[in-house]
Design a protein around this ligand. Sequence first.
Ligand code: SF4
Length: 209
Amino acid sequence: MITSAGMSEPAPMMPPMPKPESEATPCHSAELLLHLARLVHGGSADCSLTAVQWTALRYFASANRFSRTPSAFSEFNATTRGTASQTVKSLIGLGLLEKRAHESDGRSFLIELTDAGRSKLEHDPLADLIACIRELPPARRAAFRDTLGELAEQLSRKRAAPVFGKCGDCGHCDTSKPDSTFCRCTQLMLSGQDMSTLCIDFAPGANKR
Ligand code: SF4
C-alpha cells in the first residue's frame, strides 16, 4: 500500500489458516472421547470399585449366554485373559458376581450378577453420561450412536478384535421363519433375552436374510 507521503507500508499480516482436522495432532475428537471416559469415573460419588471392575459388572449384566465368560470379557475390555480373570475373581470375592454351571454344557460355567451386583449397578457412574446422551435430540443421538458404532467396527478390524453387537444387527441372525429367530453361528434358537444382549460372535455386515 502507498501512503500519502509516497512510502510503501508492509502488507497486513494474515492470521494463520487453521489446519484441517485430518492434519491436526492430536485429533480433538479422539481426545474428547478419552476425556469423557475418564470423567465418567473421575468425579463419581461411588469410588468403591475401579473403572475396570465397573466395566466388568456392566459387561456381565448386558452380555448374552454365549458371551458371559472371562475370556469374552477380556476381548470386550481389550485386555489379557489373566487380567480379565483377576477382575472377575475380585468381583466374585466382593459378592457382586458368581459362577454358574452352563445350562447345556456341564463342564463349563457362565459368570452372572448376584442380587448385590444388580443393586450395585443402580449406582453405576456411567448413568450421568447416559443422562447427558439422552438429553440430545433424537436425530443427533441416532447419528452419534451410528458414528460410534462405525468407529468401533473400524478400530476392531484394525486390531483384529471382535465387534460386540446385538442379534438384530447381526449377519448370523436368521429371521426367515415367521415364529422363530435362529442363530446360524451357534446353531441355536434365540430367545427375546438373547436378542437384546451383547454378543461376542456378532458379525457386522454379514449376509443377512
Ligand atoms: S445372531 Fe449374531 S449376535 Fe445373535 S447370538 Fe447369533 S452370533 Fe450372536
